[in-house]
Design a protein around this ligand. Structure first.
Ligand code: HEM
Length: 417
């Protein structure tokens, strides 16, 4: 059975993947007429797959582990040693509950959104007088400060700039090879030292924070054997909520671009339009590129689509291609928030943050937070302030990871609405 799925034309796809980025998997699926194909990345055999059914196989039933699975040049800065993402089965579910408890509580989500709004107002007040401000930079700053405050580990003023720079570098250099990636790794070590210090301060009572603050929840979490996590691992998990919260800036910058290109939505949000915020945020997550793929290795062998997936086989699931799959989405290349007005909520079709279920698999536990923050930012950009959009290069390339408008979306003449 192993020979029945087609093979990509090139012997090794490493360069093609680097060159093509987000469309690498789907363009080959289209050309080969198959939802899965075999190739090599850095000489290792890999099966690439896309679509809702593939997402279900990848995310449900504990079939895959993330251990030794991420191609080094793609996103490995986003995956930390010892983190929840590297755990499997019972151990994974136990650690994952910590994240679900912190991140799915409506009160906690509302608190983060409010804190974010406060920080946005502050950034605009202090930087607004300057001639131009990039949405990406402004959002990163407000998100990083809000996340740290919300988590219970606010940045001291003299360290804030360094911490924000480190977190941003971890996100923005994720897709590169060479010096800029090494630089990000060094910065990460610095952030981990800071995080470890905070965890120790909380445990020793030097830093007193509310019991339900995320940093306190992480610091006091016990593993299945009843032990506290080593401080270095707890620090990794703390960073595992700070860094991706800052990464929501990428979606928000794309949301600003969407508002700029589809101005009727600005009018809708100005005249209330509260019910439209969720469909708009969902379409931002579907339409714009962020994570191209996720990768795993088979834990529990299975057969699917005429192929036997044997233990340790390396598999890549196409997130971007599934979000743009014409069999799921009508006119996938059009930005149309309306499609989410009465959406069924299928677990394996809209998968910018993974498929399946967050409690039993590796699906992102931060989706509700991501949506709430995008919605908060869209409300802020359309209702709280007015701005002009000076000439700039708003193009983004589907071959650079992570993708972002080149100019990072500059705004000028910012004033309260
Ligand atoms: C997992 C994307 C925001 C925390 C994931 C996965 C993806 C993803 C694709 C699944 C990885 C896999 O299958 O191995 C994103 C994107 C975000 C985002 C595009 C937008 C910025 C967040 C936020 C948080 C968060 C805001 C927390 C505050 C996590 C954690 C995991 C994860 C802890 C690991 C889950 C596990 O392995 O069970 N994310 N995420 N993410 N995400 Fe997110």
């Amino acid at each position: 059975v192993r020979q029945t799925i087609p093979r990509a034309r090139e012997f090794d796809s490493s360069l093609a993947f680097l060159r093509e980025g987000y469309t690498f998997v789907s363009s080959r699926c289209d050309a080969l007429g198959s939802d899965l194909f075999r190739t090599r990345i850095m000489m290792s055999p890999v099966v690439c797959m896309r679509g809702a059914e593939a997402a279900g196989r990848f995310y449900e039933g504990d079939r895959f582990t993330r251990k030794r699975a991420m191609p080094p040049h793609v996103l490995w800065l986003l995956q930390d040693q010892g983190s929840v993402q590297t755990l499997d089965a019972e151990e994974h579910r136990h650690r994952k509950r910590v994240f679900l408890r912190m991140l799915l509580d409506p009160e906690a989500i509302a608190r983060l959104a409010r804190t974010f709004r406060g920080e946005l107002n502050r950034v605009v007040r202090s930087d607004g007088a300057h001639s131009a401000l990039s949405v990406q930079d402004m959002m990163q700053e407000a998100l990083a400060r809000a996340a740290a405050l919300w988590a219970g580990v606010p940045f001291a003023e003299e360290e804030a700039a360094a911490r924000m720079r480190e977190l941003a570098a971890m996100v923005e250099n994720a897709g590169s090879i060479g010096p800029s990636n090494w630089g990000a790794i060094l910065l990460r070590q610095r952030t981990e030292r800071w995080g470890k210090g905070k965890i120790e301060d909380i445990r020793d009572g030097r830093l007193s924070i509310a019991d339900d603050a995320p940093a306190a929840i992480i610091a006091s979490h016990r593993d299945l054997g009843g032990e506290l996590l080593p401080a270095s691992i707890a620090a990794v998990e703390l960073i595992n909520i700070l860094r991706p919260t800052l990464a929501v800036a990428n979606f928000i910058t794309f949301a600003a671009l969407a508002l700029h290109e589809h101005t009727r939505w600005v009018e809708i949000f100005r005249e209330d339009g509260h019910d439209e915020l969720r469909p708009f945020a969902q379409e931002v997550r579907r339409y714009y590129p962020f994570f191209p793929v996720v990768a795993g290795r088979v834990r529990k062998p299975f057969d699917w689509s005429g192929h036997h997936f044997a233990a340790r086989d390396w598999v890549m699931l196409d997130l971007y291609g599934t979000n743009h799959d014409g069999r799921i989405w009508e006119e996938p290349g059009s930005f149309r928030p309306e499609r989410f007005r009465d959406w069924s909520g299928d677990a394996n079709t809209l998968i910018p943050q993974g498929g399946g279920f967050a409690d039993t698999g590796h699906r992102c536990p931060g989706e509700e937070i991501t949506l709430a923050l995008i919605e908060e930012a869209v409300g802020f950009l359309t209702r709280d302030i007015r701005y002009s959009v000076p000439p700039q290069d708003l193009d983004f390339s589907l071959s650079s990871l992570p993708a972002l408008p080149k100019s990072r979306f500059l705004m000028a003449d910012i004033a309260p609405a």
